[in-house]
Design a protein around this ligand. Structure first.
Ligand code: NAP
Length: 260
């Protein structure tokens, strides 16, 4: 195993980025992280980088051995940020002789028709076509993301949900742990995917969420007849044979929303 390295985390302020930074530091990495906004920190060197406009990419990549690329814009211009931005980052990484470009992707993206997933797939292809040695880790949906989605319907008097969709949500901690294992100067290609300890339906997740939040609203099944939802129902976003972490959704909710 190679020594801990000088490691750049793109999207260091993100859900996963925040879980990753302390773990890399604890593992002995010298850590630089990016945000579009100016930030300071004691242990992490923060640099400004904007993938869409190309601002700060070369400076961010300068003198690093490993990049863990977690920056993404699912609600923004995904093509410009996730696809073209990843290409720009790869070009800079090639010039800087980066030894391992670690990319975080999503389980099932080649099986589920959805524009964000298509962008992720294009980014994966750009990475694999690049001269930069790389490692790609696909993960399932993160608990904070599921929480955010349910929070959106939680304000409604009735919760209309595609209750039969099946996902395998995961805490960000074990995904970040796996990324630390992969963030060495030896690129690993395709890593085994990671998912949470249980495959659950959206209906089950929403019921547990309702209980944890104490919001007694009816959950109403809304069947959405699209190929995207059909693939989710069939389990295309899951990888039950590759679970990591033991924290269940109910346990995560209890920690997140514990009162008293
Ligand atoms: N969320 C999930 O459930 C999930 C599941 C599996 C895999 N993934 C993948 O894991 C990775 C991290 O996801 P996440 O949920 O942690 O993301 P996130 O919380 O949305 O964070 C995205 C990060 O990207 C940065 N960013 C956004 N637009 C940018 C731009 N134009 N230029 C440069 N940086 C930009 C943001 O930083 P600033 O705002 O500070 O600039 C932020 O730190 C992504 O690749 C995602 O596809 C996510």
């Amino acid at each position: 195993m190679s020594q801990p390295s000088r490691t750049l985390v793109t999207g260091g302020t993100g859900t996963l980025g925040q879980a990753l930074l302390p773990r890399l530091l604890a593992d002995g990495h010298t850590v630089r992280a990016t945000s579009r906004a100016a930030r300071t920190g004691d242990d992490v060197e923060w640099v400004r980088m904007e993938l869409e406009s190309e601002t700060g990419i070369r400076a961010a990549v300068d003198d690093v051995d490993v990049i863990v690329h977690t920056a993404t814009a699912p609600l923004g211009d995904t093509e410009a940020v996730d696809v073209e931005g990843t290409r720009r980052l790869l070009e800079a990484a090639a010039e800087a002789d980066v030894e391992n470009f670690v990319y975080v992707s999503i389980v099932g993206i080649d099986d589920i028709p959805y524009s964000y997933y298509e962008a992720k797939l294009d980014a994966e292809r750009a990475i694999e076509a690049s001269e930069v040695p790389s490692t790609i880790l696909r993960a399932t949906q993160f608990y904070p993301f599921v929480d955010e989605l349910l929070e959106m319907v939680a304000r409604l008097p009735v919760w209309p949900l595609p209750t039969r969709l099946r996902i395998q949500p995961v805490d960000t901690g074990p995904v970040a742990d796996r990324l630390v294992d992969l963030a060495t100067t030896e690129a690993g290609g395709r890593a085994a995917p990671v998912g949470g300890p249980e495959v659950r339906t959206v209906g089950e997740l929403a019921t547990a969420y309702r209980e944890a939040r104490g919001r007694w609203r009816p959950i109403v099944r809304v069947p959405i007849p699209t190929a995207t939802f059909a693939r989710f129902r069939e389990g295309a976003a899951t990888c039950p044979e590759h679970d990591v972490g033991s924290t269940t959704w109910e346990e995560w909710l209890e920690t997140e929303y514990a009162t008293g």
